[in-house]
Design a protein around this ligand. Structure first.
Ligand code: HEM
Length: 515
């Protein structure tokens, strides 16, 4: 019967005819609801989405078995009609398990290997220095400084062209396009097309989402292909600088990429690479402000290992167990993708006596795993020390062998291909920020400390704190001098990524470099 739960499925909340459990799903913070149900129905339960089925995994052993080990039948994505209309199967994240996805994924992996990621390290390091420099100049704008940082890194890695300001035209275009795309994808913004397919056939005059899809499609294509064409033009002028797109173009035939795929692959990587890393860093700053004791311990360790007279390097991290614990705890405390990105089964699977039908959507409820009181002591608080006690931060005595440090990046053959770039970026910036600054509560006009609300988040597929106030001050004048010195020292590298800049960017560059 449509909407009721078939025999053999894992348990779940009671259903209604036709809609199943759809009426119970909130439009926002779906992971809180997923977690509430997990505490009631267990680590594996099912939801009826109209006539379809979703399985929610809040159990690391189930993720390992079903998504890592049985990846061959769980690596599809569920149908997303909007993504299909807007990107026609070329969006690496939403693409079904098709030939197109295989080609895009292979190309993404070929170029985001740890070795390739290491090649891009110098520009990442230089951009991270600019982040520190920007924070010295205007600490209150930390939120957008972080966004500029991650957007500029990914633009440089992909297209060899950086964004010196948050207002740099490419960055502005990216955020405008991204905003429209995310708004279109928001649950509730459009009718539930994937659960009630007949809605797709409603004529355009009654379905305004169809116009929106065309609008977003145009915005994305304009941005993607403009960036691609300009990069290719520059390479033809002999001004290549080893960017990702150059490598893709060189290896185009071997990788089987046509122009459409080239444009979409790189464009989608800006989207996935930009907001994830910056959301993580914004959450980290929030946690440091809210948990001064943890910040103090990290400061003490970094002072012991790196000291006053130089900036940290990636090699230092191996000597800093507490900072490594801070990095893992930030993923746990506020995961960037709190319910992963849904997978879909291509064949029926049996697990622990349950039957998971072919075509089921599978969610990894990362939030629920990371906030499970059975696994973690006091899971609602930011306590990096837990990762000093046990490898996975779990309570001593708990078997955590199914957890792994990369769980925040998903599972199986869909695991985040940007993992190495992201980890380098995160490691570098967490060390830099802790070395350079104190993060404290801002004070109100009446001189009272302004508390940060660590629950004030925006969520869609990814999750980030809403812009908040805090006070960021350099830890010593010497450190401020070193940052300034390193910033000027990075100018030669920056210039290799500065092409066709608008007059405002040129003016900013001249001014900030004292030229
Ligand atoms: C804090 C940083 C990041 C986190 C936490 C993160 C997390 C994730 C997660 C959870 C998934 C879904 C995996 C699955 O389906 O099981 C994913 C997919 C993906 N990520 Fe990341 N990511 C991050 C940074 C990046 C970066 C820097 C890039 C690009 C350079 C990137 C590119 C992608 C792509 C293309 C996919 C889709 C892969 C596919 O469906 O085949 N991510 N990421």
């Amino acid at each position: 019967k449509v909407g009721s739960r078939e025999k053999g499925l894992p348990p779940g909340p009671p259903t209604l005819p036709i809609v199943g459990n759809l009426h119970l799903l909130p439009a926002e913070f779906i992971h809180y609801k997923f977690t509430e149900w997990a505490r009631q129905f267990g680590g594996i339960y099912s939801l009826k989405m109209g006539s379809g089925t979703a399985i929610v995994l809040t159990d690391a052993a189930a993720v390992k078995e079903l998504l890592d080990k049985r990846s061959a039948t769980t690596m599809d994505r569920p149908p997303t009609h909007l993504a299909e209309v807007v990107t026609q199967g070329l969006h690496l994240v939403f693409a079904r398990y098709t030939e197109k996805w295989k080609i895009l994924r292979r190309a993404a992996q070929a170029i985001l290997t740890p070795q390739a990621s290491a090649r891009h390290l110098p520009i990442q390091q230089a951009e991270a220095v600019q982040l520190l420099h920007d924070l010295l100049q205007s600490p209150d704008s930390f939120y957008t400084h972080i966004q500029r940082y991650s957007n500029s890194v990914i633009l440089s890695v992909l297209y060899g062209k950086r964004a010196p300001r948050f207002e740099t035209p490419e960055t502005v275009t990216f955020f405008k396009t991204e905003h429209e795309w995310v708004t279109l994808l928001e649950p509730g913004a459009t009718p539930p097309l994937d659960y009630f397919p007949f809605l797709k056939y409603v004529p355009e005059r009654w379905a305004s989402w169809k116009k929106m899809c065309q609008f977003v499609r145009k915005l994305q294509r304009d941005m993607y292909f403009n960036l691609l064409d300009k990069t290719q033009e520059r390479v033809r002028r002999g001004e290549g600088n080893g960017s990702y797109v150059e490598t893709l173009v060189e290896r185009r035939e071997e990788l089987g990429l046509d122009r459409e795929m080239l444009g979409y692959l790189s464009g989608v990587l800006i989207e996935t690479g930009s907001e994830t890393t910056s959301s993580y860093l914004q959450s980290l700053v929030m946690a440091l402000v809210a948990y001064p004791e943890a910040q103090q311990k990290a400061h003490d360790e970094i002072d012991r290992v790196v000291g006053e007279h130089r900036m940290p390097t990636l090699d230092d991290l191996q000597h800093m167990p507490y900072v490594r614990a801070v990095i893992l705890e930030a993923h746990r405390f506020r995961p960037t993708a709190p319910f992963g990105i849904p997978h879909c089964t291509t064949a029926a699977e049996e697990y622990k006596g349950y039957l998971i039908p072919a075509g089921s959507t599978i969610f990894i409820n990362l939030w629920g795993i990371y906030h499970d009181p059975e696994l973690y002591e006091d899971p609602e608080n930011f306590i990096p020390d837990r990762y000093l006690l046990t490898e996975n931060g779990t309570k001593p005595g708990v078997d955590s062998s199914d957890l792994r440090p990369t769980l925040a990046f998903g599972a199986g053959r869909r695991i985040c291909p940007g993992l190495h770039v992201a980890q380098d970026s995160i490691n570098l910036n967490v060390m830099n920020l802790l070395w350079a600054f104190n993060f404290n509560k801002a004070t109100s006009a009446e001189g009272k400390p302004i508390e940060v609300d660590t629950w004030d988040y925006v969520t869609g597929l990814t999750s980030k704190p809403r812009s908040f106030k805090c006070k960021i001050t350099p830890r010593t004048p010497e450190k401020a001098d070193i940052i300034q010195h390193e910033f000027l020292g990075a100018v030669d590298l920056f210039t290799k990524f500065e092409f066709d800049l608008c007059p405002e960017d040129q003016e900013y560059i001249a001014k900030s470099r004292g030229q």
